[in-house]
Design a protein around this ligand. Sequence first.
Ligand code: TXA
Ligand code: MG
Length: 351
Amino acid sequence: MTTKDNAPSNAAALHAALLSPSPVNIERCARALCEGDLVAFPTETVFGLGAAVNQAAAVAGIFKAKGRPADHPLIAHAAPGFDWSAGWIQFSTPLQQQQFEALTRAFWPGPLTLVLPKGSLMPLQVTGGQNSVGIRCPSHPVAVALLQAAGVPVAAPSANRFGKVSPTRAAHVMAELGDRLPWVLDGNIPEVGIESTIVSLLEATPRILRPGAITAAQLTHALGQSVQGFTQSSARKDNPRVSGALEKHYSPDAKVLVLDDLALNGFVPQGRSLCVGWSDGFLTQADALRTEYRDLVLVEALANTPQDVAKNLYSTLRQADALQCVHVVFERPGNGEDWEGVADRLKRASA
Ligand code: TXA
Ligand code: MG
C-alpha cells in the first residue's frame, strides 16, 4: 500500500484561500468566524490566527494548527467601542477599573494587551484554564473592520507554528499554516512588526509581562503611576505558561547571532550569512566582510530607529531562511527602553 492509500479520507490538505481585504471579503470572513472557521488576519503588530471565542471547536483548532500546548492562554481581540465589561472581564477593584480606563483611553486601538480577571462569558479554553484574560483592541483597519463585523471577541495568537517566527506578511501565513486553515485575509504590512506590549493589571502595580512598542515610560505617563518594568524572571514567576516568557522562541532555522561591530570584525562565516544592522559602525564592518567573503556574506541595512528595526525584524529572520543562510547576524540593540521589544525578541531568537 502506498502512503497515499493509508491516508485517512478527510486528510486532503486544506488550501487556504488568500482574500484581498475588500468589504465583501471582510464580511465573508466575519461570517466564517461566527460559523466556527479559523481566519488569519493582519493586525498592526503581526498576523493573528483567529477563532470566535464562543466557538469551542475553532478555538481548539487554533491550538492544533499551531501545535501549541492547550494551557497557553490566548489574547481576545475586539473592535474599538466593544463593551468588555458586559461579562467578558470583571474588575476586582475600583483602582483596576481606573487603570484599565486610563490605558485604553491612551493606547487603544493599538499594540497593548491588558490582562484582567475574566468574566463569566469568557471561556476557560481561551484563557488556558486561568481566571484572567488578555484582551486587545488592534488598530489595523482590516482587523478593526473584521472584528466589528464579527461582533464577538476573537481569540488570536500570532499565525505561526509554535516557537517559530511570527508572520508579518500574508504570504508567511500561507507558507506556514496554509494547509491548516481555510481563510487568510490580506492587508497592509503591520506597522509595528512585533507583538503587543502585555501589561498585567492583576496587582495594584501594573506589570509588563512582554515588552513591545509601548514602553514603561509611556504607560507610567498615561497612568500617573509607575509600572513594574519587564524582567524575564518576573514574567516567568508570574506565569510559567506565558509563551512570551519561554527562553527560546521566535526562532528561524538559521542560527541567530547578536554582535556589536567589534565582534563582527572577528566573524568568520561558516556558510552563507546575512548581516543585519543599522548603525554606521556595524554596516561599515559588514561591508568589509562582504568584500572579503564575496559569495558568503549578505548585508541588509535598516533605518536606525527601534520602530524601523521592529517593523522589519521578523521578515528579515524569514529572509535568512529563504536564502538558506547558516547564520543571521544582528547588530546588538541599544540599552534604551525603546529598544526593549527588539532586544527581547532577538534574545529569544538567538537562545
Ligand atoms: O500582538 C499581539 O499580541 C499578537 C496579535 C495577533 O494580536 N498576538 C499574540 O498572541 O502575540 P500570542 O498568542 O502569540 O501571545 C499570547 C500571550 C501569551 O503567551 C501570554 O504571554 C499572554 O499573551 N497572555 C494571554 N493571556 C494571558 C493571561 N491570562 N495571563 C498572562 N498572560 C497572558
Ligand atoms: Mg506568538
